[in-house]
Each structure stands twice: as C-alpha cells, then as structure tokens.
Design a protein around this ligand. Structure first.
Ligand SMILES: *Cc1c(COP(=O)(O)O)cnc(C)c1O
Length: 392
C-alpha cells in the first residue's frame, strides 16, 4: 500500500523543559509574514530594529551586537573561533555540560584548554579562576552564566575583574539567561557573550545573538591567521550587518522577523517586569516543590529562575514521571544530563512559558505523577504553597 503523508499535526505541548520554550503567539504570527529579499530596504529596517533591541536586553552599547544564523551552539562556536588562534590558551570553567562543550570547541580551534572544574550544581569560585589564570598567558576566560544542565546562576562581576587584571577577555554563555534574568554586559565587564533564541526569548531555535565589545573586536582585528570557519567569520559577517551590507550568506529572513517580534514583546513588557515575572514564577514553583517534600539542587542564592533543577526523590522513577506528564498532561520537562542523569528534573520557566497558569498546572500534574509512583504527597500541598506566593 502506498504511504500517505498527513498534514503536520504535532501534539500541543506545554514546554517546561530546558528548551525550546513555547513561542508567544505573536512570534508565530510574525513568522507567517511574507518574505522580502535579504538586501531589501525593508529588511534593513528589520535588521536595525533587531540590533537595537538586542542591545537593550544585553544591556550594552556594543556596536557589534547581532544574531548569528544557527542555534545557541553556533553562538558559542562564533565567539571561540573568532577570538582564538592555534597555539592560544583559554581558561574554561566547567561545572556542567555547556562548559564541557566550550572546552571541546576550544580544542578544535587548535588552542590549549586550561580547565577550571567545579561541582555540577554549584558555582565556580573567583579564586579558582584566579589561580588557573595567573601567569598562564590565556587570552580569555570562558564561563556559563546560566548552566542549563544544573540550574546554577553564576555571578560574573568578580571573575570579569580577575580576567581583566590578567589581560584576558571574559566570555559568557547567556543562552538560558538573556531575556529571563539580569544580563548586564557593560556593567559587569563581560567582553563577549552569546545567547540563543529558543530559551528565555521564546522564539524558535535558529538564531544566536552575540555581542562583542571594542576590546574583543581589536583581538579579532589583530589575528595573524584567518578564522577557520568561513560561515562564522565575523570579519565578513560584520560587513553585512554594518553599513556596507555586503552579501555573505542569505540571512534567515523569517527567523529575524520572529526575533524582532520576541524582542518587541520584551521591550513592551519592560526588562525589570520581565525579570520579576520569571522570579515570581520560579519562587512559586520552588515553594510548591518544597511543600511536596522535594528539594532543589543548587544552593538558594545561586538558583536560576529560568531553569529549576529539582532533585528526584529516592524510589521515584525519573522516566515514568516524565512520561506521565507528557502523555496525560501534555507537559514536557527535562531529565538530568551526564552525572545528573536520573538524579534531577529540569523545569524550564522561560519567556512565554513562565506563567502562573503553567506553574499551577505543573505542580498539580506532578503531584498526580508522584502519587502514581507510590510517593506520598500531602494532598494539594504544592499548589497551596504556590498560591500563597501568588497571593491567591
Ligand atoms: C541550550 C544551550 C546551549 C546550546 O544551544 P542550542 O540552541 O541547543 O545549540 C548552550 N549553552 C547553554 C547554557 C544552553 O542552555
């Protein structure tokens, strides 16, 4: 019999995992906008708006603030391949999966990795960075601001100072923080950062905003060798996003429409209001989790509001709980990675997905799933604690 291909009709999921998050309906609508050419004067306006609005969320004046074509990992690769040359050294902080990925890319650049390792679930301490960096001649320090694999929020200011005192740049991964919590590029002294569209910006995966300050651009200008990636070479791409608008590769038009709309939503909501919303929903969720007798992985002062890492209680089957949430409630949450596999659940409350409705629904669904596993929960304790945080 001949195979028939039905119209695309995936389940309507509530995305509360480590990404992607749910898109705002206005972002989806913007994506249905007819195309223009990538050199069309109308697209130039879109590009200018995207750059301006990105500077707002990154809280920076950096001229070179643009979305790279590709997902968050393309942003990571862009920053490293442009800054590093064969034989260079880089201090990379590893307390989760994404620090590991950075180290892998540094090696592929032909550069030497100086590892600073921390426990998965805790921060990297400034002293650790200082002792690794001192006298090493490293060109940069790479660190993850929001470690999605552990739910840890890494303070950056002190580490930026240490990097600068030792003649290195600070490179920060802000994939799971940009648009959900403070990312103060200029004030904190972050020289280079990258992010992704599918987490707190609530856009589909597909673009990766990057920002470089003048000091970092100078490092690129002083390279002795060509950037090894043609596609991610900023010396060419900046001429497309700059005044010249030289063709490099065809910009993903639709994704730029989407990002512009997502950034416009952030501008309308206001950064502080948006951060407060993320914090409130996380606070309510954590209150609910603790009322159900569960606990969080990272210490309280270093928890991310955008990614909530919950310890799985003994005797509860990780996969069965997540399967029940998905099958019976259409809710996606994430499992643990690496050493945390089977040990934590990762609950993303990012962008459009960060809402009171989703928190209350997830807590109720989780109670049901935990009970199905024979884990005893006081009836309604989770949602009652969350309701109290919301003042309901
Ligand atoms: C998701 C994520 C990335 C990678 O982004 P992709 O869009 O999956 O390529 C990098 N760093 C962090 C911290 C992330 O959470």
């Amino acid at each position: 019999m001949e195979k028939t291909y039905l119209e695309l009709n995936p389940s309507q999921r509530i995305l509360l995992g480590p990404g992607p998050s749910n898109c705002h309906p206005r972002v989806l609508k913007a994506m249905a906008t007819p195309l223009v050419g990538h050199l069309d004067p109308d697209f130039l306006d879109v590009m200018n708006d995207v750059m301006e609005l990105l500077r707002e969320v990154f809280q920076t004046k950096n001229q070179l603030t643009i979305p790279m074509s590709g997902t968050g990992s393309a942003g990571m690769e862009t920053t490293l391949v442009n800054l590093l040359e064969p034989g260079d050294k880089a201090v990379i902080c590893i307390n989760g999966l994404f620090g590991q990925r950075m180290a892998d890319i540094v090696e592929r650049c032909g550069a030497e990795v100086i590892k600073v390792e921390g426990e998965w679930g805790d921060i990297i301490k400034p002293e650790q960075v200082e002792s690794a960096l001192k006298g090493s001649g490293a060109k940069l320090v790479g660190i993850v601001h929001a470690e999605t694999s552990t739910g840890v929020r890494q303070p950056l200011e002190d580490i930026a100072k240490i990097a600068h005192e030792n003649g290195a740049l600070l490179l920060a991964d802000t994939v799971t923080s940009l648009g959900g919590l403070e990312v103060k590029i200029d004030e904190w002294g972050v020289d280079v950062a990258y992010s992704g569209t599918q987490k707190c910006l609530s856009c589909p995966p597909g673009l990766s905003p990057v920002t470089f300050n003048e000091k970092a651009r100078e490092v690129i200008r002083n390279r002795k060798t060509k950037v090894q990636s043609w596609y991610l070479d900023l010396t060419m791409i900046e001429n497309y996003w700059g005044q010249e608008r030289f063709y490099h590769h065809t910009a993903p038009i639709t994704m730029n429409y989407a990002l512009r709309e997502a950034l416009r939503l952030i501008h309308e909501e206001g950064l502080q209001q948006r951060f407060a919303r993320h914090q409130k929903n996380s606070d309510a969720f954590v209150a609910g989790i603790e009322a159900m007798g569960l606990s969080m992985l990272p210490p309280k002062e270093y928890r991310l509001p955008s990614l909530n890492a919950v310890k799985i209680p003994d005797g509860v089957d990780d996969v069965k709980v997540r399967k029940m949430l998905l099958d019976k409630f259409n809710i996606e949450i994430g499992g643990g990675l690496g050493v945390l596999k089977g040990k934590i659940w990762r609950v993303g409350l990012m962008g459009y997905s960060s809402s009171q409705r989703n928190v209350m629904l997830l807590l109720a669904a989780l109670e049901t799933a935990l009970k199905a596993q024979g884990y005893s929960v006081k009836e309604g304790a989770g949602i009652a604690a969350a309701a109290e945080v919301y003042g309901l």
